[in-house]
Structures are given as structure tokens and as C-alpha cells.
Design a protein around this ligand. Structure first.
Ligand SMILES: N[C@@H](CCC(=O)N[C@@H](CS)C(=O)NCC(=O)O)C(=O)O
Length: 232
């Protein structure tokens, strides 16, 4: 495989409305790299052109020279390894590992329980026991996060880290989606999450990422004739 070390060769595919894409953009920012997500080739994640880049058919996908990568958190690790001198979290392996743990909890126990709810919501007679079990598992995920967070004021201390980049876009996105499943506010009853969220959303790079994500989501919902979302 030909190596490429120029950051000009990095191409990120996807849209900011995906919390997985926004995570990569925020991590790149923290490494002083500006990554502007590009539209997926062929116009859709199921197009042959995009599948040639990422056979998983999901965004984000990254192309760097001859390397293609998928899965947001894997892409983040690659960027950190590519620019180790800019990765300040590297100096604190315990904090870095905790950050990856929070990202894993976001992926498996928040997004992982939310995603199966999407088709259920569209069904006329959805399986209410299944919805209940996914919502309960989602709430358990929030409680686990609450035990791990130590906001002061970033998720794991005084400086921005991987945990913030993974959790921020997910909380912004899910706060729009979970009211439909009986969770009107993700932070209620979770004081550490609440304090962190009140802080992080005021930070410029996060506020910008959330604005861009919501603008993408509005356009997507209009294009696909989906009903408007409260708060969007
Ligand atoms: N496990 C993947 C999840 C990526 C994912 O589910 N992406 C969604 C958008 S949020 C996607 O590409 N869905 C298919 C599509 O939009 O066509 C990751 O961590 O990157």
C-alpha cells in the first residue's frame, strides 16, 4: 500500500448530520486539521461508486492515498496516529483510554439502541415490548455514562478530549430523536452529563458542528418528505 502523509490527501465522505461524521470532524479539528466532509460518490451510500470506497456502505468513510477506512472511531484513531505530535491526549494514556471507552459506550449503548428504534417508529403496529427494551437499554447507557464522566469542564478533565468529540454530536442528535421514545431530555437526572452539556454546547467548534448538522438534517427531512422535528 502506498503511504501518503500529506493531510491534503485526506478525503472524508458523509454529512455533518451524522454524529459519526461530526465526531471525525471534531477530532480532526483538535489535531489542527480542517476536514470538510464531501458528498458520497454516486449520490448515495448504496451506490456502486461509494461501495467501491467503503463496502460497508455507511458514512463516515475516509480515503487517504490508497487507503480507505470506515467506522468513525477507527478513522479518529487513524488521524491521531497520523499526527501523533498534535495528539495531546497521547501524553495521558489513562485519559485517552477512558475517552475511547466513552466513545464505545456512545456507539454500542446509545446509538446501538437508538438505531433499531428508527424502523419501529415508522411501523403502524410496532412491537411495543421491543421498543421498551431498547429504550430501557438506552437509558442504562446514559446512566453508565453518568458514572464515568468527570466534567471539569470537559468530559474527562480540563482539556478537550476524545470523549467530548464522540459524545457531543451524539447527544445533540439524540436530543432531537429520543423525545419520540419518551425521553424528552437526555440530561435530566444526570447532573454530570447536564453540566458537561451546558458547557460543551457553548464551545465554538461544537456549536458550529451542531449548527451544520442540524442544517443538513433539516434539508434531508425536507428532501425525503419527513415530518418536521421539534427543536430542529
Ligand atoms: N458504526 C458506524 C455507524 C455509521 C452509520 O450508521 N452511519 C449512518 C449515518 S448516521 C449511515 O451511513 N447510514 C446509511 C445511510 O445513510 O445510507 C460508525 O461508527 O461509523
Amino acid at each position: 500500500m502506498t503511504k501518503s502523509n500529506s493531510r491534503d490527501d485526506l478525503h472524508l465522505y458523509g454529512q455533518m448530520m451524522s454524529p459519526f461524521v461530526a465526531r471525525v470532524v471534531l477530532v480532526a479539528n483538535s489535531l489542527d486539521i480542517t476536514l470538510q466532509p464531501e458528498s458520497v460518490p454516486g449520490g448515495s451510500t448504496s451506490s456502486p461508486e461509494f461501495k467501491a470506497i467503503n463496502p460497508i456502505g455507511r458514512v463516515p468513510a475516509l480515503v487517504h492515498g490508497e487507503l480507505w477506512l470506515a467506522e468513525g472511531d477507527v478513522i479518529c484513531s487513524y488521524l491521531r496516529d497520523l499526527f501523533p505530535d498534535r495528539d495531546t491526549e497521547r501524553a495521558d494514556p489513562a485519559k485517552a483510554a477512558r475517552g475511547r471507552l466513552i466513545a464505545r459506550i456512545v456507539d454500542l449503548y446509545l446509538m446501538g439502541n437508538y438505531v433499531p428504534l428508527i424502523p419501529l417508529r415508522r411501523q403502524t403496529n410496532p412491537d411495543s415490548a421491543l421498543i421498551e427494551s431498547k429504550v430501557k437499554a438506552f437509558k442504562d447507557g446514559l446512566s453508565i455514562l453518568e458514572t464515568i464522566l468527570s466534567p471539569s469542564p470537559y468530559a474527562l478533565g480540563e482539556s478537550l478530549g476524545h470523549a467530548d468529540c464522540a459524545l457531543g454530536p451524539a447527544i445533540d442528535y439524540l436530543s432531537l430523536m429520543m423525545p419520540h421514545f419518551g425521553i424528552p431530555d437526555l440530561t435530566t437526572g444526570h447532573p454530570k452529563l447536564e453540566a458537561w452539556w451546558a458547557f460543551i454546547r457553548t464551545q465554538d467548534q461544537f456549536a458550529l458542528a451542531f449548527r451544520e448538522g442540524r442544517a443538513d438534517l433539516r434539508a434531508y427531512r425536507v428532501e425525503h418528505n419527513l415530518p418536521p422535528l421539534d427543536g430542529l
